[in-house]
Structure formats: structure tokens, C-alpha cells
Design a protein around this ligand. Structure first.
Ligand code: C2E
Ligand code: MG
Ligand code: MG
Length: 767
């Protein structure tokens, strides 16, 4: 502990061991010492003057002539020292005067005691006592002067002619007296210094306390942070200027007594006080308060329990974070919400789904996901423009938002896809109810200028715990269910079933198989002839993909059609087919066979590849096959798929380079006749479903007729596919259909059989 050594006292003497500390002690007591010493000298002068009366009894004896001068010396030295003392400003100076007084007085009194009277004996013992106990010199000087005085007293008293006092006894008595007085002085010194040190410490502590109080007061008043001191019951005791400024008025001027009136939420105030009482202090406690003008602000409170006059109080500081919170909220919304619909985005939704699943698992309840897709969004976007698309998205988002409960979560995943998470003890029941309401509500058209936008949706539903427990699993399930809803004709809701996953797994197996098949050259084109109905000639072929499966034999696309819809596989299969077709055509030409024009089928997924047309042209060129030898067959779905934007470009490129374009499976698609006008279509292929029952089904016959007429009026060739009977062939020929294709003429055949087929070709008789 600092200061401990400076407070240590000498064992014999009882003074501070540290000289500088002793000096401080003496210096502090100097006024008292001087006053005391002056009194001592004054008393000495007065009392010794009075002793002249006592000395008068020696009148007439020889001692009288010794006593009077000695007494005079005692009186004079006292007066002289009194005079000297007036000029003294230090303890050392005062001590010198005291020592001078002691020694001169001792010498003079030594002469006086040679009277050997009883009084003299008393003085012998008394004067050293005065030196020890009354004169405030340093201990070593008290002792020195005391001993010197005793010796002088003894010399004087024991001078010849004195009483028959036992000398040894007297000396021993004086020695004992000195020792005893030294001990008494030591004890007195010790007590004085201990007391002084204690007083000093107390004074210092008080000083520090006063200083820290003053500092605290200043800080409290001047700190630019709003501060308030309250009792634990909320009663306001004090607040600083910043507090008044921030609050907008002094609380007293508004008649506010308690902070309770400032808190918006009383429970917050309770929690704040409880936390402070528990831990002594609290930081970063967020709450809402009302200011003098009635505005509500968000503040971060820091509070501390303080003691004021023995009673617990709470001092709180407030930092306004309203703007910061608003900025945080704004940036949070930017990151987590979709700007167009103001719905949470995918990232936000992921977190909510995880939360909802964890909560449901804990509480033993359930969660349902409703994955929602706007049915004709793309068509509206393409035909009416992006503004209409935005209006549709916003309108749909608003309606969906209105249909859900507060504790449900809705998000826009991107494009025209929305998702709703509902937590419910019976998640599927609620999901079905909500789906119904969504389908009904969204069927109402959305106004866009003078137009009305149809807003049908397809919904896929997956649920926890029935279908999956992981977010990714559930999302996949809901996606599968949505695909199923689209496959069922859209505008409906479908709940996930495990066979949907089996279907996907089957697709994956097929994809793996096709990849291998491509490597081993097992995907090959088969060729089915197209016959000119007017003269029975073979005018070309359609290339149809076949899988020479090592186990199952020759497989038709029915077994692997999913490969044509896979973005990557379809391109790989297409590449393989076109290369083989080109090389077959080249070979046939070289063999002198006129194979006419060969048609290759293209799926919408293949159009995802921007370089499709360019690649086909390259392949034809490298195989040295003229472009007019190739035709491409597309179905109407290519105009609707995601790749629709590339379709127009690719078709134009094909067409501009002399490659004909046939619209396959005509009559079964979703597109309108406008496509025939918009795109460079050369041929129409009537779907085989209309050809099949031509003879018996009047409606089919009417459709076929209508298509033939349509083709004629638009200047397009019409090809009937799936012709199986002579009646069908005859009908088609009679009605003016240009070409026919089907098993009636020939089933698809391998490339190596084509030359012999052509050589031996005889058109079947139609009569
Ligand atoms: P598609 O283009 O409409 O082809 C005609 C389909 O009718 C072929 O089936 C053909 O074998 C079949 N067919 C021909 N004549 C008759 C008949 O008299 N009666 C019956 N019932 N059917 C007949 P396939 O070969 O199974 O091909 C099915 C579909 O797979 C094709 O329909 C085409 O859309 C697609 N496809 C075939 N090869 C390819 C290809 O290389 N690429 C792409 N993208 N799709 C292909
Ligand atoms: Mg075809
Ligand atoms: Mg077809």
C-alpha cells in the first residue's frame, strides 16, 4: 500500500521513520508549537519572577547572591527566547530557540538547586520532566536536553555542603525518571502521529470525495449525452442539460414526475430496472420513448445503480438510434425484399423456412409450402410488354398478401414464382384451403389500362412432416408438385406425392443412360419416308431418334423423351442426330440415291442454345450437304418455352439459309394461328391423333380438312402423319393434302436400309 513505509514509526521515540514525513508533521503543527512554546516561555518568565519572592528567604545567606543572578538569567532567557520566537518561521528554528532556552535555564536552575532545599529536590526532578513532556522538540533533543538537564540538576544539588542524601539513590532515581519520561514521550509521540496520520488520511479521503463529487456534477451537467437520475420507483430526481434538450422540455415544466410516463412500453421499464437491480448495470437496452412533442423515438439505454445519500438510485443515459434503425431497416429491406412487389425475397424466405421448420419440430406441429407460378405471365410479358408484366406481378402479390395470415410468410422467389410458408398443426388441410382461395381470388382479372389481365396460377404444395423435413427437400417436393400442376393443364393446385419423385428419378436414370448411349453411339436416327400424295413419290424422310439399347433392344423416344427436354442432353442428342443425318445424306447422295429432304425434330430445350442454327449449318457444310436437303420440325411449344426469345432468331437463320421449317403435331399445341404468320413456317404437319380415326370420326375429318385449307390459303404444304390405312391415304389425297407419312407407306428404318428402300419403292395402290 503506498504510504505505509512513510507512516512507520520509530520504535524508541515514536516519531515517523521517514524524515520528510516527520518534517511535514512538524511543519503542519508549527503554529501550535509556536503558540505552545510562547506560553511556556511566558510562564517561565512570570513564574520565575514570582520565585524571586521565594528566593528572598535566602536574604542574608551566601546563596542569596547566587540565587538572585541565576533567577534573573532564567527570567531573561525566557524573555529573550520569547523575542526570538517571534521571528521564527520553521520548526527547526523554533527547536533551536527551545534548546537554547532549555540549556541556559538548566544551567541557571542548576545553580539555584545548590540551595539543597526540599523545593530544590523537587525542581531537580521536575525540570527534566518539563523538558521531556512540555517542550515540543524532536525526541533526540528532548532526550539530550532532558539528560543534560538532569546531570546539571544533580551537579547543582549534590554540590558540597548539601543534605545528606544517598547519592547513588538520587542518581538512580533521576536515571529512572529519564527512562520513564523517554517512554512516556515515545508513547505520546506515537499517539500524536497515529492520530495525525489518521486525520490526514480522512482529510485526504474527504478531499477526494469532494473532488470526485464536483467532477461528477460537472460531467453530469456538461456531458452531451442525455442523462437522468431516478429513484428505483421511477421518480425523477435530476436530469442534465442534454437530457432536457433531447426531451424537448424540462420534465418539471410538463408536470412529469416519473419516467414511467416517458416509456411507451411499461414492461420495458420493468425489465430495465430488474436487469439493473440484478447486475448493477445494463448496457444497450433498446426501447421506445415518447418525447415532449409526442414523437416516438427508439433509444439505447445504459443504466447503473448508484448510491445517493444511502439510497439506491438509477442513472441512465440514452442514445437515440431512431435514424440508425430506420437506415438499418431500409438497407435490410433492400437486401431482403423484392423492389417490385415489396415482398421478401428468396434469401429472406430461406431463413424463415428454416425457422418455421425448427419451430414446428420443437412444437410437434407442421409447415406447408405453397409454390405458386403465374400461368400466362410470359405470354403477357411478351405480348403486352414489361409494364403489363409488372402490373400483373404486383396485383398478384397484393392479392396473395391479403389472403395469408400475419404469421404466414410470403416471398417472391424471382420471375413469376411466389412462395408461401404456413405453420399450422394441420398444415395440409390449411394449405388446401388456402390454395382454393388463391385460385378463386386470382382468377379475377387484373385491370391494366383498358385491358384486363388474366391471372391464373398453378400451385404446388409440399408439407412437413408428411413429405420432408429439410428446407431443400420440401422445396424440391413443392417444385415437383408445381410441375405436376402445370402438366395437368395449369390453373390448379397439386399436393406432392412420392411418385412425382420417382418420375424425377426415372428422368435422372434416363439421363445417365443417354449420356452413356451417346458415348457408345447407341443413339441413331431412323428414317420414315414422306410421300407426295399426288404422284406417290418419296419426297423425303423424317429422322426419328432411336436408342439401340444393349439390353432392351431398339427403343423409341417414348422411353427417353425426357432427354429432349433436358437443357444439356437435348443439345448433345441433337448434335449427334444432325451429324449422323448429314453423313447419311452425304452417303446416299454419293450412292446416287435421291433421298429428297430429310427432316430433323427440334425440341424447345434445344433452342436454349443460341448457336443451334449456326452449328447445324456448320455440320451440313462439313458433310458437304446442301442446306435445302434439311428441314426442321418444331412443335408449337417452342414458342411458349423459356427459350422462345431465341426461337425467332434461330428459325430466321434456318429459313434464310434454305432450310425449311415444318410445324409438327399441328392442332395439339397451345399457340394460336398467329404463330403461322409470325414465324417463317413452310409446312404444316397434321397431328396423327386427327388422322387416326379420319374415316369414322367426323370431327377429326373436319379438323384435317380445315388444316388442309389453311395450308393452301397460306401457301404452305400440309403433311399428314400417322397414316396407317388406305382409306386415310385416299381421303387425304382427295382433299388435296400434299404429303403423307405413316406406317401405311413404311415404318421408320435404319439409315443403311434407305437406299434399298428407295430402289424398291413402289407407291401402294389407293384403289
Ligand atoms: P413426331 O415428330 O410427331 O414423329 C412422328 C411419330 O409418329 C414418330 O414416333 C413415328 O414413329 C410415329 N409414327 C409414324 N408413322 C406412324 C403410324 O402410322 N402410326 C403411329 N401410331 N405412329 C406413327 P417416334 O419415333 O416414337 O417419335 C416420337 C416423337 O419423338 C416425335 O414425334 C418427335 O416429336 C420426337 N422425336 C423423335 N426423334 C427426335 C429427335 O431426334 N429430336 C427431337 N427433338 N425429338 C424427336
Ligand atoms: Mg416430327
Ligand atoms: Mg408429329
Amino acid at each position: 500500500m503506498p504510504g505505509t513505509s512513510t507512516q512507520a514509526l520509530t520504535l524508541f521515540g515514536g516519531e515517523f521513520s521517514a524524515p520528510e514525513r516527520e518534517s511535514v508533521f512538524q511543519a503542519e503543527r508549527l503554529p501550535d508549537t509556536l503558540r505552545h512554546t510562547r506560553l511556556l516561555f511566558l510562564l517561565s518568565a512570570v513564574l520565575n519572577t514570582l520565585f524571586f519572592i521565594s528566593d528572598w528567604r535566602f536574604h542574608g545567606t551566601s546563596h542569596f547572591y547566587v540565587a538572585i543572578p541565576a533567577r534573573t538569567v532564567v527570567v531573561l532567557i525566557a524573555l529573550l527566547c520569547l523575542w526570538f520566537l517571534r521571528k521564527t518561521t520553521s520548526f527547526q528554528g523554533a527547536q533551536k530557540v527551545m534548546i537554547a532556552w532549555e540549556w541556559v535555564t538548566a544551567a541557571a536552575v542548576g545553580v539555584l538547586v545548590s540551595s539543597h532545599s526540599d523545593l530544590a529536590l523537587f525542581v531537580v526532578l521536575m525540570l527534566p520532566s518539563i523538558y521531556y513532556l512540555v517542550v515540543p522538540t524532536a525526541f533526540r533533543w528532548s532526550m539530550t536536553s532532558g539528560v543534560a538537564c538532569s546531570v546539571m540538576m544533580l551537579i547543582g544539588y549534590l554540590s558540597p555542603g548539601g543534605p545528606e542524601t544517598p547519592v547513588i539513590g538520587l542518581i538512580l532515581a533521576v536515571v529512572t525518571l529519564n527512562v520513564a519520561l523517554a517512554l512516556v514521550l515515545t508513547r505520546s509521540n506515537r499517539l500524536q502521529r497515529t492520530e495525525w496520520a489518521a486525520t490526514q488520511a480522512e482529510r485526504r479521503a474527504n478531499q477526494e470525495l469532494t473532488q470526485s463529487r464536483a467532477m461528477f456534477e460537472t460531467m453530469f451537467k456538461t456531458v452531451p449525452i442525455p442523462l437522468v437520475v431516478v429513484r428505483t420507483n421511477g421518480e425523477i430526481v435530476d436530469s442534465n442539460e442534454a437530457g432536457t434538450r433531447y426531451f424537448g422540455a424540462h420534465w418539471k415544466s410538463l408536470g412529469i414526475q416519473s419516467v414511467d410516463e416517458v416509456y411507451i412500453n411499461p414492461a420495458d421499464r420493468k425489465a430495465f430496472v430488474e436487469a439493473i437491480q440484478k447486475d448493477g448495470q445494463v448496457t444497450d437496452f433498446e426501447t421506445l420513448i415518447r418525447l415532449a412533442d409526442g414523437s416516438i423515438r427508439t433509444v439505447l439505454l445504459a443504466g447503473r445503480l448508484i448510491d445517493i445519500n444511502g439510497a439506491p438510485h438509477i442513472m441512465s443515459a440514452a442514445i437515440d438510434i431512431t435514424e440508425r434503425k430506420a437506415a438499418e431497416e431500409r438497407s435490410w429491406r433492400v437486401v431482403s425484399h423484392d423492389a417490385l412487389t415489396d415482398l421478401p425475397n428468396r434469401a429472406f424466405f430461406q431463413g424463415r423456412l428454416e425457422q418455421a421448420l425448427a419451430e414446428a419440430e420443437r412444437q410437434g406441429t407442421g409447415v406447408s409450402l405453397l409454390l405458386i407460378d403465374l400461368d400466362k405471365f410470359k405470354a403477357i410479358n411478351d405480348s403486352l410488354g414489361h409494364d403489363a408484366g409488372d402490373v400483373l406481378l404486383k396485383g398478384a402479390a397484393d392479392r396473395l398478401r391479403r389472403l395469408i395470415r400475419d404469421d404466414d410468410t410470403i416471398a417472391r422467389l424471382g420471375g413469376d414464382e411466389f412462395i408461401i410458408v404456413i405453420a399450422d398443426p394441420a398444415p395440409l388441410v390449411r394449405a388446401r384451403e388456402l390454395s382454393e382461395r388463391i385460385l378463386t381470388e386470382l382468377r379475377q382479372p387484373i385491370p391494366y389500362g383498358a385491358e384486363l389481365l388474366t391471372c391464373h396460377v398453378s400451385i404446388g404444395v409440399a408439407s412437413f412432416p408428411a413429405h420432408g423435413s429439410k428446407p431443400s427437400e420440401l422445396m424440391k417436393d413443392a417444385d415437383l408438385a408445381l410441375n405436376a400442376a402445370k402438366a395437368r393443364g395449369r390453373n390448379c393446385a397439386v399436393v406432392y406425392t412420392p411418385d412425382m419423385r420417382l418420375h424425377v428419378e426415372h428422368k435422372a436414370t434416363v439421363a445417365r443412360g443417354i449420356q452413356e448411349a451417346l458415348q457408345w453411339g447407341q443413339i441413331v436416327p431412323f428414317y420414315q419416308p414422306k410421300v407426295d400424295l399426288s404422284n406417290g413419290r418419296v419426297v423425303g424422310f423424317e429422322a426419328l431418334a432411336r436408342w439401340r439399347h444393349p439390353q432392351y433392344g431398339l427403343l423409341t423416344p417414348a422411353a427417353f423423351s425426357s432427354a429432349f427436354e433436358d437443357p444439356e442432353l437435348s443439345i448433345a442428342v441433337g448434335e449427334s442426330i444432325i451429324r449422323q443425318v448429314a453423313s447419311d445424306i452425304r452417303r446416299w447422295i454419293n450412292q446416287g440415291c435421291d433421298c429428297g429432304r430429310v427432316a430433323v425434330n427440334l425440341s424447345s430445350a434445344q433452342f436454349n442454345w443460341i448457336g443451334l442454327a449456326k452449328r447445324f449449318l456448320e455440320v451440313l457444310q462439313s458433310a458437304d450437304v446442301p442446306n435445302h436437303r434439311l428441314e426442321v420440325e418444331i412443335t408449337e411449344t417452342v414458342f411458349l418455352g423459356r427459350s422462345a426469345t431465341h426461337v425467332a432468331k434461330a428459325l430466321k437463320q434456318f429459313h434464310d439459309n434454305g432450310i425449311r421449317i415444318a410445324l409438327d403435331d399441328f392442332g395439339t399445341g397451345y399457340a394460336s394461328l398467329i404463330h403461322l404468320k409470325q414465324f417463317p413456317v413452310d409446312d404444316i404437319k397434321i397431328d396423327q391423333s386427327f388422322v387416326r380415326d379420319l374415316e369414322t370420326d367426323a370431327e377429326n375429318a373436319a379438323i384435317v380438312l380445315a388444316v388442309i385449307e389453311l395450308g393452301m390459303s397460306l401457301g404452305m404444304d400440309v403433311i399428314a402423319e400417322g397414316v396407317e390405312t388406305v382409306e386415310q391415304a385416299r381421303f387425304l389425297k382427295e382433299k388435296g393434302c400434299q404429303q403423307a407419312q405413316g406406317n401405311f407407306y413404311a415404318a421408320p428404318m435404319s439409315g443403311k436400309d434407305v437406299p434399298s428402300f428407295l430402289k424398291s419403292w413402289e407407291p401402294p395402290p389407293l384403289s
